[in-house]
Design a protein around this ligand. Structure first.
Ligand SMILES: C[S@@+](CC[C@H](N)C(=O)[O-])C[C@H]1O[C@@H](n2cnc3c(N)ncnc32)[C@H](O)[C@@H]1O
Length: 252
């Protein structure tokens, strides 16, 4: 299936194109979906990466805790942004492994590809595409990771089906994302700026679990990790929106 971009894709793309160009390492002035690099990753993980790459993180968690990557594995990163998580994955799977980052925003891909070539990563490639129509062969991936991206999709059930398709039997999902505890106020759900900032599109924990199960996954776990940011608190949404660690497995 080829994905035709929806108005949400266009708004989200503009939002992240601006960030790729400005080099700002947060989702935006009104953002909630990211934190400083040191809050997301232990310093040892970022060793040997230059500051401009290590600090360009737009994520909301550390998917590597759950991913437990092994040498030789093939990893797919959904919404790879500036490429940081792909580079961290590449170090873990080693030369015998492979990492594919997919992103729909050309400015992000350019940033990630320039960094990959500057740093000499030969086992990482970045492909332009949509989460809803992944440019990746069926049953070719061992682990799907993603950091603060699935909430941005206007069609999450389709993303879950695509993740299922690309994973090998027995393959696993290790995702950090923003989730909610119950529905958000309707006005907020329709606020496109809040969508770009990883708030408005966030799924309820039970919808996330059901969505992955319906796509065919087993061992689905959505574990809230903490409030997404002080901005959430400021907006009176404390206790309503969280970052979460999400894991699932495609049956063997
Ligand atoms: C919040 S940023 C996260 C980037 C990266 N994962 C990180 O941790 O720094 C979201 C990224 O996902 C991409 N993105 C959002 N929705 C997408 C979609 N439906 N298909 C493909 N890429 C998408 C954006 O272009 C952006 O680069």
């Amino acid at each position: 299936m080829t994905q035709n971009p929806t108005p949400i894709h266009e708004i989200v793309r503009e939002h992240y194109a601006a960030q790729a160009r400005s080099g700002s390492s947060c989702c935006g002035d009104t953002s909630s979906c990211c934190d400083s690099k040191n809050a997301l990753y232990p310093v040892e993980l970022l060793n040997n990466l230059p500051d401009d790459v290590a600090s360009f993180s737009l994520g909301c968690g550390n998917p590597f805790v759950q991913a437990e990557l092994k040498p030789g594995e093939t990893v797919l990163d959904l919404g790879s942004g500036g490429g940081l998580d792909c580079f961290l994955a590449a170090k873990q799977v080693g030369e015998s492994g492979r990492v594919i980052g997919v992103d729909m925003t050309p400015d992000m891909l350019e940033r990630a590809r320039l960094a990959a070539s500057r740093l000499g990563f030969r086992n990482v490639e970045f492909r332009q595409g949509y989460l809803e129509s992944l440019p990746v062969e069926a049953a070719s991936v061992d682990v799907v990771i993603s950091n603060c991206v699935i909430n941005l999709s206007p069609d999450k059930p389709q993303v879950f089906r695509e993740v299922f398709r690309t994973l090998r039997p027995g393959g696993r999902v290790a995702v950090s994302d923003i989730v909610t505890n119950g529905p958000l106020p309707e006005a907020l759900q329709k606020d496109m700026e809040a969508w770009g900032a990883c708030v408005a599109g966030a799924l309820d924990v039970s919808e996330y679990t059901t969505g992955l199960s319906k796509a065919g996954f087993t061992d689905v776990k959505v574990q809230p990790k903490g409030d997404a940011s002080e901005l959430i608190e400021a907006a009176g949404l404390k206790g309503k929106i969280f970052s979460a660690a999400i894991t699932a497995r495609k049956p063997a």
